[in-house]
Write a protein that binds this ligand. Structure first.
Ligand code: PHE
Length: 349
């Protein structure tokens, strides 16, 4: 075969092979075969001496031309293969940005904490400090210091979980009064504090009673504090939490650590005072106990009861929440059903 025909055939076959190469690996093989050191084209160049001298120039040119052509086709094929690889990868790893995202679950504040935070701010705004006593308390602070010696019959008012003779799960936050009174330096000013916290009682759980619940203790001691200061404060609390329209009433009551003592009731949210199962057919729900601090409580803590006096109150945060939100079962606060808890999310905004 004439060398030029051979070159023509080489050219055509080479271009066909490049076209057929479907992936990068094959294309590299074709590249080695067509333009590599051991390729036909290189062989021809190496055996130029066998070519007639007058043809050498033309053969050389042709060989170079074909090599250039191969190289440009090889490069184009490589680009095409790479583009396909990228396109395929893009397709496979494609992200559908229109898919709705997965929503993270946002927690919400517990209704009792909503009321607690609100009340703390309310009291701080009136110059009270917030203190917190221990839940595992001593008989000394919860009872003895609060004018309830060991054999006092009023201890039965609060069935207490005892851990041993001295330690107990506090049945009231009133122990906080004694703890703060003991330490307060009256030369620096009056004492105004609230003490929120969890308390425990050996109570049978029902819609309005729970063996654990939240109280907030309040104590104000200074010179010349009167019962009308107490009454004014209780009215402010009630209006702040329940609004103007709900009725409140104060009843005379008994607590060993206050004299005189009162209890505050709020008209029932369910029946509006007519009487129903929630309010035990009384029309009222008791939300707080209060009174003028008993001189013994002051003296026990080393405070001169002839100079200083004041008032104390203990409010039930659960009862507040029941009345404010119309919750019909106190146990809902402690069973942590998110469907119940999420209803209060708006309150946080
Ligand atoms: N500690 C009382 C109770 O738990 C409430 C109270 C506190 C009453 C302070 C008077 C003064 O029932």
């Amino acid at each position: 075969m004439d060398l030029f025909d051979k070159l023509k055939e080489l050219r055509q076959n080479g271009l066909d092979e490049i076209k057929k190469a479907s992936d990068e690996k094959k294309l590299n093989e074709v590249r080695v075969e067509l333009v590599g050191k051991k390729s036909e084209l290189t062989n021809i160049l190496h055996s130029m001496k066998e070519v007639a001298p007058e043809q050498r120039r033309e053969v050389g040119q042709k060989v170079n031309e074909i090599r250039d052509l191969f190289n440009s086709h090889l490069n184009a094929a490589k680009d095409e293969i790479l583009a396909k690889v990228i396109a395929k990868k893009m397709e496979e790893e494609r992200i559908d940005v229109t898919l709705p995202g997965r929503k993270g679950h946002l927690g919400s504040k517990h209704p009792i904490n909503i009321i607690l935070d609100d009340l703390e701010n309310f009291f701080i705004g009136m110059g009270y400090k917030v203190v917190q006593g221990p839940e595992v308390e001593t008989d000394h602070y919860v009872f003895e210091m609060m004018n309830l010696p060991k054999d006092h019959p009023a201890r039965d008012m609060q069935a207490t979980f005892y851990i041993d003779d001295e330690n107990l799960l506090r049945s009231q936050t009133s122990g906080d009064q004694a703890r703060v009174l003991e330490k307060h330096d009256f030369s620096k000013g009056p004492l105004k504090m609230v003490g929120p916290g969890k308390v425990y009682r050996r109570d049978d759980d029902d819609a309005t009673h729970s063996h654990q619940f939240m109280q907030m203790e309040g104590l104000v001691i200074d010179k010349n504090i009167t019962m009308s200061d107490l009454k004014g404060t209780l009215e402010l609390i009630a209006k702040h939490v329940f609004g103007q329209d709900r009725e409140i009433r104060l009843r005379p009551s008994y607590f060993p650590f206050t004299e005189p003592s009162v209890e505050m009731d709020v008209s029932c949210f369910k029946c509006n005072g007519k009487g129903c199962a929630i309010c035990k057919y009384t029309g009222w729900i008791e939300v707080l106990g209060a009174g003028m601090v008993h001189p013994n409580v002051l003296e026990n803590a080393g405070v001169d009861s002839n100079v200083y006096g004041g008032f104390a109150f203990g409010l039930g945060l659960d009862r507040f929440a029941i009345l404010k939100y119309g919750v019909t079962d106190i146990r809902d606060f402690y069973t942590n059903d998110v469907r119940f808890l999420e209803q209060f999310r708006k309150e946080e905004d």
